[in-house]
Design a protein around this ligand. Structure first.
Ligand SMILES: Cc1cc2nc3c(=O)[nH]c(=O)nc-3n(C[C@H](O)[C@H](O)[C@H](O)COP(=O)(O)OP(=O)(O)OC[C@H]3O[C@@H](n4cnc5c(N)ncnc54)[C@H](O)[C@@H]3O)c2cc1C
Length: 463
């Protein structure tokens, strides 16, 4: 077969590209997907008891007009539920509202002082040097007290790498100082300082979890344009030819890849071995999603909560979402059930015992006072996603700069969460727009922004 445009992967990036090509009036394209369903990491799953699970807490933060309009078109105005972004940190046996640094009045006097002393230290001895890594950025931005109390332990649980292995580019290059005046005022006047307010809302699909969105986008693209169970085994770069696992050959003029870049380079014939080797230096972490379906109702304090952060080491998870609060349809019967979805990161630097993870999670949920007893658990779900977070490692940008241009002579462009490996533009909206902008580039000669200039994209369209 011959197609002018071929897309590897039917996650938001691949579907975004396909949708845009169709919108431009182009029909000469195909999406190749190795799984038997579309959606990639934005898929949802229904377990045997009827509980719906996402690949971790997926919420929409978009400010891209294009993305917002497509979401509305996909599910219709009635297809969404709107929620306040209520997020908390569980620490020292209590909930502290997010952002943590503005609400340290909730902590014990000893910990509160430790955090405050660190902020004062940064005011007395400002660090004006550009941070060389994420550790330095944390220390310069939050001070040593907040770093040790929250930022270091929490970020290790999320990223599964020590902060000195990570760059400071993804959080912005500017060193912002935590606002001493605001923090002190909140303590003295016993003031809450939540990040959520009337405008801090997010939307979630009424039905089908996050995956429901992408199933609908798949319909808009046209199902006949997505070839399922089609694993790309090899790309012969100089011949612009793809070989699928079943032996089928597909010729392309322009190819967009969304599978993980390190794995993809291994499949491209024609790339020099040095480039392939270099790409193997990209770091990532895995995500374990453990869903816990429960009988009864959540306790009152959880009724309006969206997600919670867990910096302490008694629990395997870094984040827990009260998933039944996102949509009543995420559980079999909302009058009798509720659900918690947990995320646990994993890497060589932070191994996880997958065998005991469900039990470890339930034990910690009881310790953290989210559930009362293991007897309330009526369903459990565990899935491990080997590629969960593309780590913004210290060496990442150098690798991307060397590897991505080597693909272009073969008509190959690598985009998306793991295709382009830029965490700062790897949410659903960013990913979709990377696909849309790629289509604009190759079919209409419009330059891309999101993938090459993440900071500009985030500044232009919000985070
Ligand atoms: C734990 C977690 C929490 C998240 N939370 C949020 C959130 O709150 N908000 C948000 O907006 N986003 C969130 N995301 C990000 C969201 O999942 C991604 O933005 C999105 O799925 C990335 O889309 P993609 O198309 O780039 O890649 P993917 O979704 O990874 O899709 C790639 C596709 O390529 C296919 N593929 C791989 N190899 C081959 C092959 N050889 N041949 C053919 N096909 C192949 C895969 O099967 C997959 O379908 C989260 C992600 C994770 C892991």
């Amino acid at each position: 077969m011959n197609y002018k445009y071929v897309i590897i992967g039917s996650g938001p990036t691949g579907l975004g590209a396909a949708y845009r090509l169709k919108e431009l009036g182009i029909t000469d394209f195909i999406v190749l997907e190795k799984e038997n369903r579309i959606g990639g990491l934005s898929k949802s799953f229904v377990d045997e008891k009827g509980f719906t699970w996402d690949v971790g807490g997926h919420v929409q933060f978009s400010h891209y007009k294009y993305f917002d309009e497509l979401m509305l078109k996909a599910l219709g105005a009635d297809g969404w539920l709107t929620h306040q972004r209520e997020s908390w940190v569980w620490i020292e046996n209590r909930f502290v509202p997010y952002p943590f640094q503005n609400n340290i009045k909730y902590l014990t006097p000893e910990t509160m002082w430790k955090c405050l002393e660190g902020i004062i230290h940064n005011y007395k001895f400002p660090i004006n040097q550009k941070p060389a890594n994420f550790r330095e950025w944390i220390l310069a931005t939050f001070g040593p007290g907040l770093a040790e109390t929250f930022m270091f332990p929490y970020n290790f649980k999320v990223w599964a790498y020590p902060p000195e292995d990570m760059n400071a580019v993804w959080v912005g290059e500017r060193v912002a100082v935590t606002d001493l005046q605001r923090v002190t005022k909140n303590i003295i006047f016993d003031q809450d300082d939540f990040s959520w307010g009337p405008n801090s809302t997010f939307q979630f699909p009424k039905k089908g979890g996050t995956g429901g969105i992408w199933e609908s986008v798949g319909d808009l693209v046209g199902r006949e344009k997505v070839k399922l169970n089609a694993t790309v085994e090899k790309v012969i770069g100089p011949e612009k030819k793809i070989i699928l696992a079943d032996g089928e050959e597909i010729h392309y003029e322009y190819l967009m890849n969304t599978m993980p870049l390190d794995l993809f380079t291994q499949r491209v014939e024609g790339l020099d071995s040095e480039t392939v080797q270099l790409a193997q230096g990209l770091k990532h972490s895995s995500t374990n999603v453990v869903g816990v379906g429960l009988k009864g109702k959540p306790k009152e304090s959880l009724e309006t909560m969206c997600w919670m952060y867990f910096p302490e080491y008694n629990s395997p998870y870094y984040r827990v979402t009260v998933f039944s609060n996102y949509s009543p349809n995420n559980v079999p019967d909302i009058s009798q059930n509720w659900s918690l979805m947990t995320e646990t990161s994993e890497s060589l630097a932070k191994p996880v015992n997958r065998e005991t993870l469900i039990d470890d999670t339930i034990r910690a949920l009881i310790e953290d006072k989210l559930i009362e007893s293991a007897d309330d658990v009526i369903s459990t779900f565990h899935m491990a996603f080997d590629y969960g977070y593309p780590t913004p490692s210290v060496e990442r940008d150098g690798i991307l700069k060397a590897v991505l241009p080597k693909l272009e002579p073969f008509g190959i462009y690598s985009r998306g969460r793991f295709g382009a490996w830029k965490y700062e533009v790897s949410n659903q909206d960013h990913s979709l727009m990377q696909g849309v902008e790629w289509a604009n580039r190759v079919a209409a000669n419009i330059p891309e922004v999101t993938m090459p200039f993440p900071e500009t994209a985030n500044a232009m369209w919000g985070k």
